[in-house]
Design a protein around this ligand. Sequence first.
Ligand SMILES: [Zn+2]
Length: 382
Amino acid sequence: MDASVSPLACPHCASTNVVGYGGIKGQAITDLPSDGKPTVVVIDRRRYRCNACRKTFLERLIGIDENRSITRRLITHVEQQCLFRPFLTIAKDVALAESTIRNIFNEYVARLDKSIHFATPVWLGIDEIHAVNKPRYILANIHKLTIIDMLEDLKPETIERSIGKIQDKGIIKSVAVCLDDACLDTVRALLPGASISLGKTYIVNSILRLLNDMRKTVRANLQWNESRYLAHDKEILLNRYDMLTDSEKECVKKWEGGFKKLIIAYWLKESICELLNKADKQYFMSEYLRWENDVLADGIKEFNPFLDMVNKWQREIFALFDYPVPDDYIEAVEKFRGAMKGLSRGYSFNAVRAKILSADELRSEDGICIVKLTELLKTGQF
Ligand SMILES: [Zn+2]
């Protein structure tokens, strides 16, 4: 193959006063695989010297990544392949190092992030999902049922980076989040003008976690022959009473004898869940105080972290009643969460994210349609 373009100017100083210098040099360039085999082409390139700055350089080539000695069309091919296949497999197919594939992909993601801008939502949702073996966050437009970003981890700095990219943050009037302490602090600091509400799911999960810890401690202190009394305790205690079968309800009653404190905690969990389902803010506020007193009077110290949390995030929890998150959004995220669980292994999270954010058929100016994306995931078309 011959180099196609003669140099018009020196790449170092832009002078056009250049002359041929030395012989022709053959350079190996990796190109698209042909017939399923890696392809390397040798291109003859002339060397030139600039009379102005005295530096030498090779003849310019079109369609070549000079730093990596590979063709641009191979780069485009690798970028697309990364969305579907593991880096190592691609590396073998095209005869490049896995690290090169990774770098090409990272550059692609960086370009994608720069080029994609969705409209700023009036109502921003931040929810946890489990994707590619780890918990992650999604940022969503609650009114439009769209995803505007997916975050690799649950770190406050990752949230900060993502919210930092949003233009005209003043447009965001409210934020519904299911976030831990540190992330909630970050969001409150970044969006001081927005009303932030802490999600019901997060609050319920907090109390369930504490009840589960209590249950484990009780179990750990049982003799081996006593543990059979607590059969199916996890499924029963972490479930809502209304959802239990008659025999499970019997178990709860039976346990009141031997495991009184645990069952008191169970009923306290039930009443706070019930309370959260009441739509009225005033009612919640007054009943919560009563509930808190019950926890203290019953001596359930294990729930202290929950009391502390409600104390710290009072405003955000009460806001839950002012800005109830619409059911269609909750349902859409729940279904998406389930569909993401089914995504097969072998993908990197960044590849999944890039594929989602770059999917034209799912995208509008408001983001990626959650419902359509869930459909594709479910039917295995993604
Ligand atoms: Zn020069």
